[in-house]
Design a binder for this molecule. Sequence first.
Ligand SMILES: O=C(O)CCC(=O)C(=O)O
Ligand SMILES: [Fe+2]
Length: 371
Amino acid sequence: MSINEDYHFHEATFIDQNGESKTTKIPVVQELARQDLTNHFPKRFIASAHHPTSVANTHPETPPVIDVAKLRSLDGSRTAELQRLAEAAKEWGVFLIKNHGVEVMVLDDVKDVVKGFFGLSYEEKKMSVGSYKSVDNMGYGKNFVKSEDQPLDWIDRLTMKAAPVTNGLSVWPKKPANFRQAIEKYVEESRKVVDGLLQDLAESLSLDQNAFLQHFEPEQSEIKVRVNYYPPCPRPDLAIGIMPHSDASGLTLLLEFGATGALQVHKGSGWVTLKWPEDNSLLVNIGDLVEIMSNGVLKSMWHQVRTKIDVERFSLAYFYNPPPQCAIGPVVGGSSMEEMYKKVVVEDYVANYYKISPTTSKQAIMYAKVK
Ligand SMILES: O=C(O)CCC(=O)C(=O)O
Ligand SMILES: [Fe+2]
């Protein structure tokens, strides 16, 4: 069987270094993965030269687990849990939450519709999903593609704007029929969780409880939902699921299922593989915008996703941002701390992030740093 004819392509349009608009075709990884690639792994997916695998630690670790029930309790356990939260957020930039209050049924429905969507044929997926024209990195199959020769991620993805609700931009899949309903229910429930965590994080840093949350105006704040599907990969030594990046969000809430032990965070001098049981815990990571608001006391997480040889993995990333026109800057809470970041308008920050990404190091945040 020829490896050139039996899969479809996504199209990605980008502006090249000469300012010209280019379109490149990206294989649908889910279909590519069904072929026997052992002896001719496609060159465009070889990322190992850029991201050597040897630096990863071989013993996966479970990130700190924060008990949201304790954070909400009225007894002494709240203070101790706030302290643990501050340590986790500062030391890891990422933590798991349990007892978060999002119901198991809601999570199960999300898992079902996501699996259902990726279970459709390519034609059905395309027919089921509308398109975002000229909106960066949104829609089905779009990726951080900025050139013909960059290594491609071993991933198929679908990104939607879940809030504010707009009629002009809609890529909600029509199949499975309850896709939108299931994700919107999850978004509604998770929002309470992330709003609470934004307050807890501020409080844990001895700031006013609403120091971060005040920017997340309920009607205009943005929630993007990205569904990631990583098919089994015959060469995890060569390909990467998502290349290293930080998220251009305030907070990101991540649900993973199918497999664990693929997300890696950069900690200390190397990559740490994160592994956790599929027990409906959710992972929270600090995004660039909270790094700015916290004046760098919290650091957005530099992370990447590895591929796995024998199992497929799914994740759903929920990116929570203040309204696009909102200006954010460091909250130093009356302390004498020098401001290390400038005030930035959220949409300008995000536009710059997409303009320069992908990057090989944490560069996007430089846009907001005081030189
Ligand atoms: O799949 C994951 O674990 C992480 C996904 C991610 O980093 C992203 O979508 O930005
Ligand atoms: Fe990410």
